[in-house]
Design a binder for this molecule. Sequence first.
Ligand SMILES: [Zn+2]
Length: 153
Amino acid sequence: MRERLAILIFALGLGACGHRPPHIDEQLWVYASRFEQDLGIPVNVGMSFVPQAPMILGTCWMYPGDPMANYIEIDPAWWDVISESEREELVFHELGHCVLLQEHLTGTIMDRDGRWIPLSIMHMFGFGDPAYTKHRAKYHRGLKANRSIAGEL
Ligand SMILES: [Zn+2]
């Protein structure tokens, strides 16, 4: 009995220390691993497809005091119709909440093309292209540093 208990505890310890959490959907892991590579920050929260309320693409459920318990839900119907870059923006936005513990950073600024663009990937509305792809690196740096991209335009 004692041996069995010891084995169980060891297994749990391995699960907690493993690089890749067990509850990230394969499709979403493609983008989560990109977040890890681009920002150099490990993704230690779960992610799965769960239908959301109308107009909601995704949700980060946060557990203050226990951020390892945070998890992300992505709406499967929206996922099917949004573009590749919108998928990345969505996953990075939710990881901004759940992994980086950031709040929304709303507001817009005019870029050099005279186009109004969001100050951050943490804007509460998804914005997509052309702004996202054009300013992708700035948005990622801004996300990592928890600041707007205004200083980089
Ligand atoms: Zn959000």
